[in-house]
Design a protein around this ligand. Structure first.
Ligand SMILES: *Cc1c(COP(=O)(O)O)cnc(C)c1O
Length: 424
């Protein structure tokens, strides 16, 4: 993040969002002018604001943006512009960043095992009142470091562990109390809490709305066993987005499942919270990489799994791709499937795709890789010296669109080809 903030940025980054929405350059025009030899991260603030406002309008409760998913200040501004006023933070740095940008924001410290100093500064300096825990030890830690309780407005949230699910990125193994322990923690926390909540996280890119129904049912059992009232049920994040060949149900199907299963619990006075990350920002980011070498179907790029393409490595996500060649492609060329390699010397720096591109792709070409607004640039490392990149804001639409909560599957590439043909 510090790198992202200190490196050179083109002028549009400094503009206010409403100017940015109308006056931003297009990706292709930027590539034609800049001919970037380093990865160029392209943010689409309008797309992020739109996804955020769609989620806020559709979700039957409060929406907290999961900052870890993309903490770039320009992203946070777009999230705010979309109407999100609450942020799920997991570290002292995330808390300080959000507070520095939005004095009025609700900040919620949703990491179950926190540094003592982080709790102290969050409570004492940044006005954070809500803290997650999944153990009695963490409850003691929070009470000791805040020195607060119900009278001071302390909010305590018990993270319930879930059985291993079917999310593309399973997160069940690390955090969360077993049901019995969670019930005990609810009872133990109740006297200290002005707000008591139960939260869970079904795993990232969860394609099945029923996962929330099952988790909600378990949450209901835990709350009943605890025998104390709760004010919040927080259904976490994990809401899916489209990737090539992956077509999630519309978000509305998830919201309907969550609302119905929550109402079935019949918890008087309780409200719903959600912590989406990916669903708000995935479409709002892409990276433009340059081809530095080609061997058969293998393309050697200037970015890889130690850069913004971590999820294209071992997790094996495929991302939408399109060729950018400012002088225009040669006469229509059929597509072939390519494998990508990143610039580091590690043989693990390989992305199997497959990534379909025109068969004549060659050294010097640029490739835009889309749906990278979530868990892309923020996972970059400086390994092997490849830590340089630029950040620009652009006016392009996401490379895969979910229009009005409906996937339409249209690849931007075909649109671009039309444009290029007209220009030729
Ligand atoms: C990562 C995380 C999120 C966001 O998950 P997405 O899959 O990006 O929506 C929300 N809540 C918790 C507790 C998380 O760890």
């Amino acid at each position: 993040m510090s790198l992202l903030r200190t490196r050179a940025a083109v002028a549009p980054l400094r503009r206010r969002l409403d100017d940015a929405l109308t006056a931003l350059p297009a990706v292709d025009a930027l590539v034609a002018v800049e001919r970037p030899e380093e990865p160029m991260h392209c943010l689409r603030p309008a797309a992020i604001a739109e996804a955020a406002s769609g989620f806020v309008a559709g979700f039957p409760g409060e929406v907290l943006y999961a900052v870890k998913c993309n903490p770039e200040p320009a992203v946070l501004r777009a999230i705010w512009a979309g109407g999100v006023r609450h942020f799920d933070c997991a570290s002292a740095n995330e808390v300080a960043l959000v507070r520095s940008m939005f004095p009025e924001a609700g900040i919620h410290f949703m990491h179950p095992i926190k540094a003592r100093g982080a709790i102290r500064t969050a409570w004492g300096e940044h006005g954070v009142q809500d803290f997650v825990l999944d153990s009695a030890a963490e409850l003691d830690k929070i009470l000791a470091e805040t020195g607060a309780g119900a009278a001071e407005g302390l909010g305590l949230f018990i993270r319930l562990g879930l059985p291993k699910g079917t999310a593309m990125l399973d997160l069940s193994g690390k955090f969360g109390a077993e049901p019995e322990e969670a019930a005990e923690l609810l009872r133990a926390a109740r006297p200290h809490a002005a707000r008591l909540g139960l939260c869970f996280h079904v795993g990232s890119q969860m394609m099945d709305p029923l996962a929330w129904r099952q988790a909600m049912a378990l949450a209901g059992e835990v709350i009943e066993a605890a025998g104390v009232p709760v004010e919040v049920v927080d259904v976490g994040g994990g809401f899916p987005v489209a990737y090539p060949g992956i077509e999630p149900p519309p978000l509305g199907a998830f919201f309907a499942e969550i609302e119905a299963s929550f109402e079935a619990l019949d918890l008087p006075g309780a409200v719903l919270w959600a912590e989406p990350g990916r669903a708000l920002v995935a479409g709002g980011g892409s990276v433009v990489v340059q081809v530095q070498g080609r061997r058969g179907r293998d393309l050697y790029l200037n970015d890889g799994v130690y850069g913004a393409l971590s999820d294209a490595g071992v997790p094996g996500f495929t991302f939408p791709v399109r060729l950018i060649r400012p002088e225009g492609p040669r006469a229509s060329v059929p597509e072939e499937d390519f494998v990508f390699f990143g610039p580091t010397c590690d043989s693990a720096d390989r992305m199997k795709g497959p990534f379909p591109l025109p068969a004549d792709v060659r050294e010097g070409d640029w490739i835009e890789i889309g749906q990278l607004g979530a868990y892309g640039a923020c996972l970059r490392t400086a390994f092997n010296g490849f830590d340089r990149a630029r950040l620009v804001e652009v006016r392009d639409r996401p490379m895969l669109e979910c229009d009005r909560h409906r996937w339409n599957g249209r690849r931007r590439e075909s649109h671009d080809r039309t444009k290029l043909r007209q220009a030729a």
